[in-house]
Design a protein around this ligand. Structure first.
Ligand code: ADP
Ligand code: MG
Length: 526
């Protein structure tokens, strides 16, 4: 099994990766990082959620110097992705003076211009806004070493090809070009052959695997109340001995702590523990002193225990092999086991890929109700705050606030403090809240605009079927459909909306290219 140390990264970058809690490179990272470090052009093809960002982020940060010029440009299809990618870069560059700036439409251009003037080494942006800055002369790409086309298939589907080509023309011909994509349709192939030099094509293998005869279920959850969803699920199961998988060492520690705080019998297992610590944890697990073991893939690999009743994928496995490995921990020796997977909107496509490649029969189950879960989580925080007030001893914190109230509303201050405190438990992306705004929908629903209608020979029944198949939401979650010649409005229950949005914002129905987006309130037809 490979290890990040094998890439012989500088101490600063290696340390940052350790801090992120990554134990070992994902397959796409293991294959791409050495090639990118060598300076090769690389095409990286792997499903969403497989770690493509760090696959290019690590070598780019490694190669970056502190010289104040744009050295790398990453193009992403959406604002959300630009923010996410920038966040990941910032973590990788934690100990290096390499500055990252996301630039995207919708944010004040003046703010971005000031950011760019401060000397940025890595720019991450959406094609339209990047081009806008180039034309204003506020972004100069003449010294760029590396250009990344992230989610290339999606960018092309969104019609960005001309913008991308115009941007590439502004960069040096001897640049390194990296292209990442979940799929490799002809348009992407064309782009690669025109703009890349002898690229190495890395595909994460899709060999077929068989999964043990374990019952498999999945729950659709939102990132921000994943922990609460997990608790609900655990409470509804008779778990004698369970293993909960997280992606990172940090994730393991945080989740184990959060579960302990809620009174579960838990311990944590990951690669940073000494052999003696591991032995102690394992002994407690075998003796039944703990009922749940939170672990990383690496740590669990060597485990030899055969009375595990439940395997829970708190974080999705990053590839089908890992799914197979994980769930192989239960249902051994003829015993019945249950494998539970939590899937967030962005990960749904990865789940479908795993299902396809492993031919796993995963059945969807509903968490008590995401709204219930969210309210329960809020309740817990309110209780904790009240408890802290009753416990007293707040003088020190009062002093820390200084004269903040002279200029800020006390309620804003309380909200901001809570945001900081709760952030650790609401891991995940800044955009994971999915605020669709006012879409002109019936209360409790979100209304989407879809660019296909009767002219594409699509009936409401086709749409309902396609939406339900692609996003995993039950058909009953889909409400009113107003179909027109060239477009359709569809209402979806609020808690299913993020899944519908992620699965269908760029997709195909009956071969027709589909674009789905939140509807504008004024487009309501009466
Ligand atoms: P993709 O771009 O392929 O959709 P991301 O780069 O967004 O995937 O990665 C998905 C998640 O996996 C992120 O939360 C990221 O921090 C995490 N991740 C990436 N690489 C690793 C790794 N080697 N070990 C653990 N977690 C990882
Ligand atoms: Mg990505």
């Amino acid at each position: 099994m490979s290890n990040f140390e094998e890439f012989a990264l500088s101490r600063r970058v290696q340390q940052a990766i350790d801090d992120m809690g990554f134990e070992e490179p994902s397959p796409i990272q293991a294959a791409c990082i050495p090639l990118i470090l060598e300076g090769r052009d690389v095409i990286g093809q792997a499903q969403t959620g497989t770690g493509k960002t760090a696959a290019f982020g690590i070598p780019i940060v490694e190669a970056a110097t502190t010289e104040p010029r744009v050295q790398a440009l990453v193009l992403t299809p959406t604002r959300e992705l630009a923010i996410q990618v920038a966040g990941e870069f910032r973590k990788i560059a934690k100990y290096k003076r390499v500055r990252t700036l996301p630039i995207y439409g919708g944010q004040s251009i003046g703010h971005q211009i000031r950011g760019l003037q401060q000397g940025v080494q890595v720019v991450i942006g959406t094609p339209g806004r990047v081009l806008d800055h180039i034309r204003r002369g506020t972004l100069k790409l003449g010294q760029v070493r590396t250009v990344v086309l992230d989610e290339a298939d999606e960018m092309l589907d969104m019609g960005f090809i001309e913008d991308i080509e115009a941007i590439l023309r502004e960069t040096p011909v001897e640049r390194q070009t990296l292209l990442f994509s979940a799929t490799f349709p002809p348009e992407v192939r064309r782009l690669a052959s025109r703009y890349m030099r002898d690229p190495e094509h890395v595909t994460i293998n899709r060999g077929e695997m068989t999964v043990p005869l374990t019952e498999q279920v999945y729950y659709r959850v939102l990132e921000r109340n994943k922990l609460e969803s997990l608790c609900r699920i655990i409470d509804s199961e008779e778990i004698a001995l369970g293993i909960i998988f997280c992606r990172t060492k940090r994730g393991v520690d945080e989740l184990a702590e959060a579960l302990l705080a809620r009174g579960y019998l838990v311990d944590a297992l990951h690669g940073d523990l000494s052999q003696a610590q591991r032995d102690r944890v394992m002994k407690r697990f075998r003796n039944g002193d703990i009922e749940l073991l939170v672990a990383t893939d690496v740590a669990a690999r060597g485990l030899d225990i055969d009375n595990v009743t439940h395997v829970v994928n708190y974080d999705m496995p990053q590839h089908p092999e890992s799914y197979v490995h994980r769930i192989g921990r239960t249902g051994r020796a003829g015993r019945r086991g249950l494998a539970i997977t939590l899937v967030t909107p962005r990960e749904f496509k990865l789940l479908k890929q795993i299902q396809r490649e492993t031919k796993a029969a995963m059945v969807s189950r509903e968490v008590p109700s995401l709204a219930d879960v969210a309210e329960r989580q809020a309740e817990i925080w309110r209780d904790r705050i009240i408890e802290a007030i009753q416990d007293g001893g707040l003088g020190h914190y009062r002093a820390m606030l200084g004269n903040i109230f002279d200029e800020h509303d006390p309620i804003d201050v309380a909200c901001a403090a809570l945001k900081l405190a709760a952030a650790g438990e609401m891991q995940g992306y800044e955009d994971s809240d999915y605020d669709f705004g006012d879409t002109g929908a019936t209360p409790g629903m979100v209304r989407f605009f879809v660019n296909v209608g009767r002219a594409s020979r699509i009936s409401p029944a086709d749409l309902v079927r396609a939406i339900s198949d692609e996003s995993g939401v039950p058909r009953q979650a889909i409400g009113k459909i107003d179909i027109f010649d060239r477009f359709t409005f569809i209402e979806v229950e609020e808690e299913s909306a993020p899944f519908v949005y992620e699965a269908l914002r760029q997709s195909r129905i009956n071969g027709a290219r589909v674009n789905l987006e939140p509807a504008k309130p004024r487009s309501r037809v009466r």
